[in-house]
Design a protein around this ligand. Structure first.
Ligand SMILES: [Zn+2]
Length: 62
């Protein structure tokens, strides 16, 4: 299975110059340095396992 870019989902093997970045023990693949920079700016956005957080929002009715 080929790995796609974590940011834009471009298959990294297509370009033959994919980047690999290890963050908290996980490998992430990127098609370019620009995508890696985006990841480094907001790593939590791409590493969260929980699909969290709607629990804090409750519909109380109108
Ligand atoms: Zn990319």
């Amino acid at each position: 299975m080929s790995e796609g870019c974590t940011i834009c989902a471009t298959p990294t093997d297509r370009h033959g110059g994919g980047l690999v970045f290890v963050y908290e023990g996980q490998k992430f693949f990127f098609c370019s340095l620009d995508c890696l920079k985006i990841f480094q700016a907001y790593p939590e956005t791409y590493t969260t396992d929980e699909d969290c957080s709607l629990s804090a929002i409750e519909d109380t009715g109108v």
